[in-house]
Design a protein around this ligand. Structure first.
Ligand SMILES: C[S@@+](CC[C@H](N)C(=O)[O-])C[C@H]1O[C@@H](n2cnc3c(N)ncnc32)[C@H](O)[C@@H]1O
Ligand code: SF4
Length: 412
């Protein structure tokens, strides 16, 4: 079928580059019962008319999957390597609804035998029947938003669950038979002491999960947190405090057998998130749903964030008219320089050794400053201190190399 839109013409320009790259799907569920103070993700609450169209999510997703099947090149015929259902709060939808979307992807492209299917969940939404439903839907991995184990810190972040809810949630998931579990933590909220952070780190480890993500709090513009910081009633995260908390968490996770494999992610061997690893390698993924982002061979596009506008765009596409509005809000074709910089930014954040190109003295300098450990003759990997200064290392490397193309080393 001829691409009926400039966006697709542009996408077609990149098709030559993608044969053999794994195909992944991201499904975005843009609904939450309330918005946490720090969060600027595409999500809507029931007090907003845009948050009331949950019944329309699945039909829209199925239409977008049909669109993907029409426009993806034959080289991306599947099978699919991973699916990630994120939000928002995907577990506000019935697991059967998520199961229909997963089955639709499986019917169209097939799934690899070891296809990783992750669902993000808020602890307070997890019940025995939800957990059983997720397993029946084909979900293989659940990522739960813990954030903290200290009531005062949860309050400072605008979270509504209690620490005990997290323990019950993990028990429910395990009893249902879901074994690949991850938790998200946030550190650096105003008033969070080092001792409180230590409590959260230990509580996450006590859950016995095989994967932990820990994020330094970011004050995103437009959030309730940003407004409080602007009024001077809340202090923004402090760089020194963030660094100390990172080091504390890293030491505790590593001692417990969870090794860092990306700056903010630790896993037991074999429990790394395949889907996110694909993002960091700039694989091909189609992001389905309001506000979802996609990437295909150096072309990126992003969907309309308003669920209604996304649905209207999809309805137009069904008509197959060249002037159709599409669910897409914008796209860009990355230049060679942008791709090199982005690739470098991602590759350096991984534990997997990356080549320090262009200048033998640079690697020696980075080693002497304690920022990287040398691997082989030309490769390196960040030290703990280097991980705190990763962007600095990327820019030093790019500056020294002039034009630096980084490709992951074959060793891992
Ligand atoms: C999109 S959220 C979805 C997870 C789920 N809705 C939840 O909150 O439990 C994914 C993760 O991003 C992290 N996150 C979101 N906003 C953040 C911010 N401003 N600073 C640091 N981490 C953030 C949180 O750890 C969160 O669990
Ligand atoms: S952090 Fe999670 S629960 Fe909170 S508003 Fe964002 S997506 Fe919703």
């Amino acid at each position: 079928m001829a691409p009926p839109d400039p966006w697709l013409d542009l996408t077609a320009a990149a098709w030559g580059e993608i044969p053999g790259r794994p195909l992944r799907f991201y499904l975005h569920v843009p609904y939450c019962t309330h918005r946490c103070d720090y969060c600027d993700f595409t999500t809507y609450t029931p007090d907003d008319p845009r948050g009331r169209g949950q019944a329309q999510w699945l039909p829209g997703v199925r239409t977008e999957l049909a669109l993907a099947a029409r426009v993806l090149p034959a080289a991306l015929a599947g099978p699919v390597h991973s699916i990630f259902i994120g939000g928002g709060t995907p577990t506000l939808l019935a697991p059967e609804t998520l199961g229909v979307a997963i089955a639709d992807i499986a019917d169209r492209w097939g799934l690899m035998a070891d296809c990783e299917i992750t669902v993000e969940a808020n602890p307070e939404t997890i019940t025995p029947s939800l957990a059983a439903g997720l397993l029946a839907a084909g979900v293989t991995r659940v990522s739960v938003g813990m954030q903290s184990a200290v009531p005062a810190v949860l309050g400072a972040l605008g979270r509504r669950h209690r620490p005990s809810t997290m323990v019950t949630a993990i028990e429910c998931l395990r009893r249902a038979g879901l074994q690949r579990l991850s938790v998200d933590l946030i550190y650096g909220a105003d008033g969070e002491s080092l001792a409180q952070w230590q409590v959260s780190v230990q509580a996450a480890l006590d859950l016995g999960v095989g994967h932990i993500s820990a994020y330094g709090l970011i004050v995103e513009p437009g959030t309730a947190l940003a407004a409080r910081v602007a009024r001077g009633v809340t202090r923004p995260p402090d760089d020194e405090d963030l660094a100390i908390k990172y080091e504390l968490a890293d030491a505790a996770f590593e001692a417990a057998g969870l090794r860092w494999y990306e700056i903010a992610n630790w896993a037991r061997p074999g429990e790394q998130c395949a889907h996110n690893s694909g993002y960091w390698r700039a694989d091909t993924w189609w992001g389905v749903g309001p506000g979802a982002h996609s990437h295909l061979g150096g072309v990126r596009w992003w969907n309309r964030t308003n669920p209604h506008a996304w649905q209207v765009g999809l309805a137009d596409v069904r008509g197959d008219r060249r002037e159709a509005r599409w669910p897409v809000a914008g796209w860009e074709l990355l230049s060679a320089e942008q791709r090199a910089l982005e690739q470098a930014m991602c590759t350096v954040r991984l534990r997997r050794p990356w080549p320090v190109l262009g200048n033998g003295r640079l690697r020696a300098a980075l080693v002497a400053e304690g920022l990287v450990v040398p691997v082989g003759v030309h490769h390196a990997s960040l030290t703990r201190r280097g991980r705190l200064l990763a962007d600095h290392v990327v820019h030093r490397t790019l500056d020294a190399a002039g034009e630096c193309w980084m490709t992951p080393a074959s060793a891992s």
